[in-house]
Design a protein around this ligand. Sequence first.
Ligand code: BG6
Length: 462
Amino acid sequence: MSFRFPESFLWGGAIAANQVEGSHLSDGKGLSTSDVCPNGAFNEIVERQDGDFNIKDIAIDFYHRYPQDIALFAEMGFSCLRLSIAWSRIFPNGDDEQPNQAGLAYYDKIFDELAKYNITPLVTLSHYEMPYHLAKNYQGWASREVIGFFERYAKTVFSRYGKKVKHWLTFNEINVTLHEPFTGSGLPRDCSEQTRYQAIHHQLVASAKAVKACHELIPDAQIGNMMLGALIYPFTCNPDDVQKAQAQNHDWLFFGDVQARGYYPSYMRRKFAELGVNLDISADDREALKETVDFISFSYYMTGCASADPNQQQQAQGNMLRMIVNPYLESSEWGWQIDPKGLRILLNMLWDRYQKPLFVVENGLGAKDVPNEKGEIEDDYRIDYLSAHIHQIGEAIQDGVDVMGYTSWGPIDLVSASTAQMSKRYGFIYVDRDDDGNGTLERKRKKSFYWYQNFIKSQKKD
Ligand code: BG6
């Protein structure tokens, strides 16, 4: 690639607490919503009993092995690590008056370790989990009270880590509640549209309040939102398909529109009327929403199509999205449609829309890795996927888009969010653990490890 990325561009990877840490009840941590979904974030809730198995209870044991893992990230040349704080480590029940000191101390150690290697932390406040107590006893985000609990949590971590963490995100894939209300908002899966959008409203207000608190408590920090970038193409140039695709894109852009502009977009009026949704939005809420994010971040794995033709229903898979298959694209082993050029299109679209810096905070290929006879992982498929996507980010930058950085998903193998599998691997670093929890947890560099290391090196000034 002859194009060179800007010197300030942040390179690294992204992980989430519940998919790597394990130690789900250690040092005073409370149960989180993720802890009661042993079969993945989008499957049934199972109340915990003594001796039951949830692969995330140990996950990849990042809780104890972080020094070794961070050293490996540093060896690859990372300038950034996206990670999340488990809210239930800091406030085990969510509604506690005082934070759990042991939980606070744990993340201090992580940030100190990152600082040793000059790796910039990019911290998500809530990544697919909240204290289970809030889901069970408050109806999750359907309750207005949860806004206050989240604000307390956000202020606590901003005050505690403000000197060490200058890049923050509020909610991971905030649009997830549309597809998976329990994982997104702690709501029952069969909740009404009214409940779902009211919960989303509370979350948007909470996000804006966290942005305000961050601006006040850490004036030199930047805080962004995070959306699942679910780009939808019209299946054909029939205006009916084009309109349908536009409406489906509005479904998720709505979140960014509120978080970046500070008010509800007008197209939602019609949507709410059609759904029979009547939101309780107070004057204070409207005021709070005015505090907008500094940058826009998103995950990008796949694209899909929309068709107005009821006979055109061949569905593509995603971990939660159901889209019409695009005949021009190939799919991963899990049916996710691979579309590097779509990333350039999406970056341009978001830049045109928001004129705020963009950050690609998740992208990657979930694949089964089979060691060769020497025990090495030759994951050329992953290298091909990632280099094609990175190339398109470079194209977007040359189109004039302001991109802050790139953190590929799961730089070390971790537990899949949707399926709770270890065998769906994204990493540059292999972790010896299978879907049943067998394995030594030993770490091993894959071929892609050396590829990413060389690539990052090639982007630095000689
Ligand atoms: C994103 C989530 O949707 O996709 C991650 O933010 C998740 O938590 C990633 O792991 C990949 O999905 P999966 O289901 O393959 O783990």
